[in-house]
Unconditional design. Structure first.
Length: 205
């Protein structure tokens, strides 16, 4: 007689998962619009490459967010300093690659954004597992763009469920965005201090 074993729950019960299908052209504006809508207390944005992380950092820093950058180019000592600033609340957002974030204890994360869907299914679980810890609820938002949407079926098979899909109105995306900052020298990623209130943009549907 066989005993049926319940499949292991790979993603936390307290984590709300959400998926959007943006075009490559609208992807950055969708991210910035969602950040304005959600106004997260502490968020981590994951991207698949160092270059993409630097690009995201530049857009968010230019828009006034307090954002730190964690990539392989950032020395371990500086990573720990950025983490300390994030923990103290001096930074609201971290932009990170999987490798740079691995092994770092990052407490009290309210939101995880998968700007790129990861190539490795386990990385998806590790990423969203950064939120919803210690009995708290968390929110994971993934962007399945034209470049990385092909990774989605394997991820959903691995976690054992489909990620709920949300729609957005392209006409409601933010357009009044400043020119992104560029990294001209090694830096830890402190952007301008985030001030003011959310712009109260609303998604459709």
């Amino acid at each position: 007689e066989y005993i049926e074993v319940e499949p292991e729950q790979k993603t936390g019960h307290r984590i709300k998962e959400e998926l959007f299908y943006p075009s490559n052209e609208e992807k950055m504006r969708l991210l910035q619009t969602l950040i304005e809508e959600e106004w997260p207390d502490r968020a981590i944005i994951f991207a698949n490459t160092k270059h993409r992380c630097e690009e995201i950092w530049g857009h968010l820093a230019a828009d006034g967010h307090r954002v730190g950058l964690l990539t392989g180019d950032v020395a371990q000592k500086k990573r720990l300093r950025i983490l300390d600033e994030f923990t103290r609340g001096d930074l609201d957002i971290l932009v990170a690659t999987d490798v740079a974030a691995r092994g770092l204890h990052i407490p009290a994360v309210t939101h995880v954004f998968n700007y790129d869907l990861p190539d490795d299914c386990e990385d998806y679980v590790h990423r969203i597992g950064r939120t919803g810890r210690a009995g708290a609820s968390g929110h994971s938002i993934s962007l399945a763009c034209e470049e990385y949407a092909l990774n989605l079926p394997a991820i959903e098979t691995y976690i054992g469920h489909s990620i709920p899909v949300s729609k957005y109105n392209p006409d409601a995306l933010m357009t009044d965005l400043p020119k992104p900052l560029r990294l001209t020298r090694p830096r830890t990623g402190n952007g301008p201090r985030r001030t003011g209130a959310p712009r109260n943009r609303r998604r459709s549907g």
